[in-house]
Design a protein around this ligand. Structure first.
Ligand code: AHR
Length: 320
């Protein structure tokens, strides 16, 4: 029998291995973490935060990069189960298709923590907690900023192109819904084209080029589900001979340093914050879960909205 912290805690609960406790209690907690990939500046900061926080908390981290593929995440989770880790954490690339592998983790009595993105499972007991941003609210905040802007420019009609995140991912679904909820019924604000840019700069640029080709000067707003796609699209706008931030208003989400730099250059109008710095809270949560303490099912993160006017002042405070 392989003795892990979990089996040990079970043994402690039934009482008789008390003499063995000090030796095993000193063993570091082992976390298996399956990361989405390295698709954006946000993700790089998220990975750094998780690795750094694990080190500081004395947690042994088994880290797997899924390169944006769900099958790689499923494989990684199965491998963590086979290795009898104490806790599994992961940021699911898409929302659906997790029931089977999460049932396997539950059967192996390994607690699962979701970070950053949600899963769509009927049985909520398949994960113990979910820590991450409220993506619907982020979409609403982006749209509210645009509504305010529209009120200040009443004569104008706003033709919006939308760069969506990864198809089927929680942030893409939620940010689209939140944005639409706020602009719904407003005849001045209309999404004329919407396509995925997979959260990457390269794809953001490619899709924006296609938008500009088909819609040309008809476009006056870009809503990008993340800063990286916005930054890629800004390049496409400039290459088309237009001024991002002026000819085309650019609204995006994340609040990475690259977005602040673009705002300081007048090329991006606003970024809605989505914090990737989840590492310290995740490690604390993992320790509490493994220790058997009650934990909240949902933990959200406090975030702000940064328009271009405050970019220069805020830039020195940015941590990612
Ligand atoms: O899940 C969070 C999103 O994933 C971030 O907004 C985006 O930049 C990342 O790739």
């Amino acid at each position: 029998m392989i003795l892990t912290r979990r089996t040990l805690l079970g043994a402690v609960a039934v009482a008789s291995f008390a003499a063995a406790i000090p030796a095993f209690a000193a063993k570091p907690l082992v976390m298996g973490f399956s990361q989405v990939g390295a698709e954006s500046e946000w993700r790089t900061a998220n990975t750094a935060s998780i690795k750094d926080a694990a080190k500081k908390a004395g947690i042994t981290l088994k880290f797997a990069d899924a390169q944006q593929r769900q099958e790689n995440q499923v494989k990684a989770i199965r491998s963590f189960i086979a290795q009898h880790v104490d806790v599994i954490a992961f940021s699911p690339v898409v929302e659906s298709g997790w029931d089977t592998v999460l049932r396997e983790a539950k059967a192996a009595r390994i607690p699962v923590i979701l970070t950053d993105r949600a899963v769509n499972v009927a049985d909520k007991s398949l994960y113990v907690s979910f820590i991450g941003s409220d993506f619907v609210e982020e979409g609403r905040r982006a749209a509210r900023w645009l509504l305010d802007y529209a009120k200040k420019n009443p004569a104008k009609q706003f033709n919006i192109v939308e760069l969506q995140g990864t198809v089927g991912s929680a942030p893409a679904i939620d940010r689209k819904n939140g944005f639409q909820e706020v602009i719904a019924g407003n005849p001045k604000l209309k999404i004329i084209r919407s396509q995925t840019g997979d959260f990457t700069r390269a794809k953001g640029k490619e899709v924006m080029e296609a938008f500009l080709k088909s819609e040309g000067k008809n476009i006056n707003v870009l809503y990008a589900h993340n800063d990286d796609m916005a930054i890629g699209a800004i390049q496409a706008i400039e290459e088309a001979g237009l001024k991002p931030g002026k000819d085309i208003i650019v609204v995006s989400i994340d609040g990475v340093k690259g977005a602040f730099e673009a705002m300081m250059q007048g090329k991006l109008n606003v970024t809605v914050e989505c914090s990737p710095l989840l590492g310290p809270q995740l490690m604390q949560l993992a320790q509490d879960v493994v220790a058997g303490k009650p934990v909240p099912k949902r933990i959200t993160v406090e975030e702000g909205v940064f328009p271009a006017e405050v970019a220069a002042k805020e830039f020195p405070n940015r941590k990612y």
